[in-house]
Design a protein around this ligand. Structure first.
Ligand code: FES
Length: 103
């Protein structure tokens, strides 16, 4: 599946990734800027915050209690489409917008 990363300035990067790989891992391993992922994917840092684009909100895994708590600690404003990208395993095409800042 394809993951589209949209930077705050509108620049897009589209990457092909393996099913089951997280959106965070896809960005970090391929050098996409804008995701810090300090905790390495344990839902403990909130520096992998992304905004999921509207058409892809359906069918996402539910937000766990841990993710929900961490989403209250993001640097950029939490929105209804906010998620921790380390908790989003890619199942089909998805597009996410990067926040202005992660720290
Ligand atoms: Fe730390 Fe996602 S990488 S919460």
């Amino acid at each position: 599946p394809k993951v589209t990363f949209i930077q705050p300035d509108g620049m897009e990067t589209v990457l092909e990734t393996d099913t089951g790989t997280s959106v965070m891992r896809t960005a970090v391993s391929r050098g996409v800027p804008g995701i810090v992922a300090e905790c390495g994917g344990s839902a403990m840092c909130a520096t992998c915050h992304v905004y999921v684009e509207e058409p892809y909100l359906d069918g996402l895994p539910e937000i766990s209690d841990v993710e929900d708590e961490m989403l209250d600690c993001t640097s950029s404003e939490r929105c209804p489409n906010s998620r921790l990208s380390c908790q989003l395993k890619v199942a089909s095409d998805i597009a996410v917008r990067l926040p202005e800042t992660q720290v």
